[in-house]
Design a protein. Structure first.
Length: 189
């Protein structure tokens, strides 16, 4: 899950960089830098809050929320992978290579999460770790993608930025919803 989130984040960063022309970029930075910054902050916050939920006393509700959250993240990872595939068709050069690599990493992360998914209630702690790792990996992949696209701005098609940004925003929204549901389940006494 984390991997997918990272890939989405990187893709969003890459898209926002590719849509901007350097002379039009604001003095304070560009959209790809904003996505990269947000990804770092989100990854840190997600990890901290996720780890704080481990000590929940309501394990049944927490395990159900964990399973439901993983379902949601798997769906979002598939949507993110599809968004990246669409962006690949509009990309060229190193940006296309970076998008393809990010898409492959997101799909790999989703597959690992799917394999662990059936045993959520039996192995909640191990699954929690896989879910957290999937989100972190996705954020990291998104950051790598953003850097690659930003460094190859001339080769990047302007159509990529909105697609990557939308995919990233959608993934973050879903990840935050999952995090909220897990927190609510863990908070029930």
């Amino acid at each position: 899950m984390a991997a997918k989130f990272v890939v989405i984040l990187a893709a969003c960063v890459a898209l926002s960089h590719s849509a901007m022309v350097r002379r039009d970029a604001p003095a304070g930075g560009n959209a790809f830098e904003e996505i990269e910054k947000h990804a770092k902050e989100f990854q840190k916050t997600f990890s901290e809050q996720f780890n704080s939920l481990v000590n929940s006393k309501n394990t049944q509700d927490f395990n159900k929320a964990l399973k439901d959250g993983s379902d949601s993240v798997l769906q979002q990872l598939s949507a993110f992978s599809s968004s990246l595939q669409g962006a690949i068709s509009d990309a060229n050069g190193k940006a296309k290579e970076a998008l393809e690599q990010a898409r492959q990493n997101v799909e790999k992360t989703a597959e690992e999460l799917r394999k662990a998914h059936p045993d959520v209630e039996k192995e909640a702690n191990a699954f929690k770790d896989k879910l957290q790792a999937a989100v972190q990996t996705t954020v990291q992949e998104s950051q790598k993608l953003a850097k690659e696209v930003a460094s190859n701005m001339e080769e990047t098609n302007k159509k990529l930025a909105p697609k990557i940004k939308q995919a990233y925003d959608d993934f973050v929204k879903h990840a935050e919803e999952v995090q909220k549901k897990l927190h609510e389940a863990a908070s029930k006494q």
